[in-house]
Design a protein around this ligand. Structure first.
Ligand code: FAD
Ligand code: 2HG
Ligand code: ZN
Length: 475
């Protein structure tokens, strides 16, 4: 039977309202939904549908299942692996969750918030702050990514050191399964050993197993004080010693430990010339640290200062700046967050979001930089990331005399060279960004046959028609 796209659009319109079904056939411009944030992936879609509640999501999923139309779930479309970009479109529909943006409940006694998937991450943080709580997930895209997208990618960010990944923050989920049925495990329990923990399957599944429509997440006491420091050092080995010493001295108060290489800092200065110089001397490596707690600013500053001074004496750092106020702390964070934006402006960088045991990072970096020097002379490594979690963004920009477009053509070669080193050390080729369509071929290569087989069997059990975000994660 031929597929009648007009009839499909009309039926979808009848289910959720014509105004919420966007289509080229209706003269709508779908570009902002059919290309990714980084401009690496462009697709097309039969339509973009924007249901307004869980029942409407179910209705759309049932329609898609009956008519064999594939669905591409989309949150804020800030993902870095092309996970929310459709393919060439004739039979793919983007299911955009932005209208599911209600806060269903905040329970201050249970320290939980139950929010719909389309809530912007920053809005969830603000809701938590309004009741004197902290929702600790924090990342550069927090002004536009959605909590559903964060859960679907198991996002990391800059406070994993203290609070864990998104997975560690989710207590319950509501999920529309690929046949349109509702899996309701939206519970706010910190203990629940009643068999398999089904919600975990959907966390990090990148829209391939179902549509997350709501979540119950953990809240924490809002910190009263916060201090930020910026240190320079000669080597990553020093930074690893610094991490251990600071954690030892500050314990639970230590919330962030971000590594920045000199080329990453220089790139920010180049594209954001107003960025202030922070230390007098230049160092090959820098670390941005943050501590927070429920006590006074003075006491926390003193504890941070004591810890930093003993690290300076012990040779774990060469130079350090303790931010004197909130504005200076924010400027330090801005420098860190702007690396991604500077790289986008610079063009053509090949991203590697890798993780290793923290103890293995210095040798990995030495090894990988040497390999690059030999195999890709002139290539510019822009290394930075969440060293406190053993997660580096080991991104490689084109040599100054190489066209960024040509450099992109070497992605497969560069990836193999880096990932072989990561894999030999039992690391991960995707620490926090996911697989999407960017790394699905590499996943097939670097995961074991047993892991892949189990993943395929789970996918087939939940999505036998293969309509939930096809071509993502699994090949
Ligand atoms: P989208 O990009 O819309 O989708 C991502 C994936 O999730 C897709 O596969 C999509 O199909 C699926 N999906 C989305 N919503 C749902 C849903 N409701 N149900 C089922 N599947 C769904 N990531 C980090 O981990 N740490 C960082 O520090 C970080 N920093 C970033 C900084 C910048 C400047 C940018 C642009 C990105 C950054 N990211 C980071 C990547 C990105 O922001 C995260 O992956 C984020 O969690 C994606 O959320 P989103 O709502 O934009 O999802
Ligand atoms: C970050 O930590 C993000 O800034 C983005 O995860 C990393 O752009 C990147 O490679
Ligand atoms: Zn990151």
């Amino acid at each position: 039977m031929t597929f009648d796209s007009k009839a499909w659009l009309a039926e979808a319109g009848a289910l959720i309202g014509d105004a919420h079904v966007l289509a080229e056939e209706h003269g709508d411009d779908l570009t902002s939904y059919t290309q990714d944030w980084g401009g690496k992936f462009q697709g097309r879609a039969l339509a973009v549908v924007r249901p307004g509640n869980t029942t409407e999501v179910q209705a759309i999923v049932k329609l898609a299942a009956r008519t064999k139309v594939a669905l591409v779930p989309q949150g804020g479309n800030t993902g870095l692996c092309g996970g929310s970009t459709p393919d060439d479109g004739s039979r793919q529909v983007v299911l955009q969750l932005g209208r599911l943006n209600r806060v269903r409940e905040i329970d201050t006694e249970n320290n939980t918030a139950t929010v719909e998937a389309g809530c912007i991450l920053q809005a969830v943080q603000e809701q938590a702050a309004s009741v004197d709580r902290l929702f600790p997930l924090s990342l550069g895209a927090e002004g536009s990514c959605q909590i559903g997208g964060n859960i679907a990618t198991n996002a990391g960010g800059v406070q994993v050191l203290r609070y864990g990944n998104t997975r560690d923050l989710v207590l319950g989920l509501e999920v529309v399964l690929p046949n349109g049925e509702l899996l309701d495990v939206l519970r706010g329990l910190r203990k629940d050993n009643t068999g398999y923990d089904l919600k975990q399957l959907f966390i990090g599944s990148e829209g391939t197993l179902g549509i997350i429509t709501a979540a119950t997440v953990k809240l924490y006491p809002a910190p009263r004080s916060k201090v930020v420091a910026f240190a320079g050092m000669k080597s990553i080995a020093q930074a690893v010693c610094l991490l251990a010493a600071m954690r030892h001295q500050l314990g639970e108060r230590f919330t962030a430990f971000e590594l920045l290489s000199a080329p990453a800092v220089d790139l920010v200065h180049c594209y954001f010339p107003d960025t202030p110089a922070l230390l007098e001397a230049n160092w090959p490596w820098y670390v941005l640290m943050e501590a927070a707690d429920g006590g006074s600013d003075e006491a926390l500053r003193e504890a941070m200062q004591d810890a930093l001074m003993s690290c300076l004496e012990n040779g774990a750092l060469e130079d350090v700046l303790l931010a004197s106020n909130l504005a200076q702390g924010n400027a330090l964070w801005m420098l860190r967050e702007n690396i991604t934006h500077a790289q986008k402006m610079d063009g053509g960088n090949i991203k590697h979001d890798i993780s290793l045991p923290i103890s293995a990072i210095p040798a990995f970096v030495d090894n990988a930089l040497l390999m690059l020097d030999n195999a890709f002379p002139g290539a510019r490594p822009i290394v930075y990331g969440h060293l406190g979690d053993g997660n580096l963004h080991f991104n490689i920009a084109a040599a100054a005399d190489v066209d960024p477009g040509h450099w992109q053509l070497r992605t497969g070669e560069v990836n193999k060279a880096i990932y072989d080193i990561v894999s030999a050390r039992r690391g991960s080729i995707s620490a926090e960004h996911g697989i999407g369509q960017l790394k699905r071929h590499e996943l097939a290569h670097y995961k074991t046959a047993m892991e892949l087989d189990i993943m395929h069997r789970i996918k087939a059990a939940l999505d036998p028609q293969g309509l939930m975000n096809p071509g993502k994660v699994l090949q």
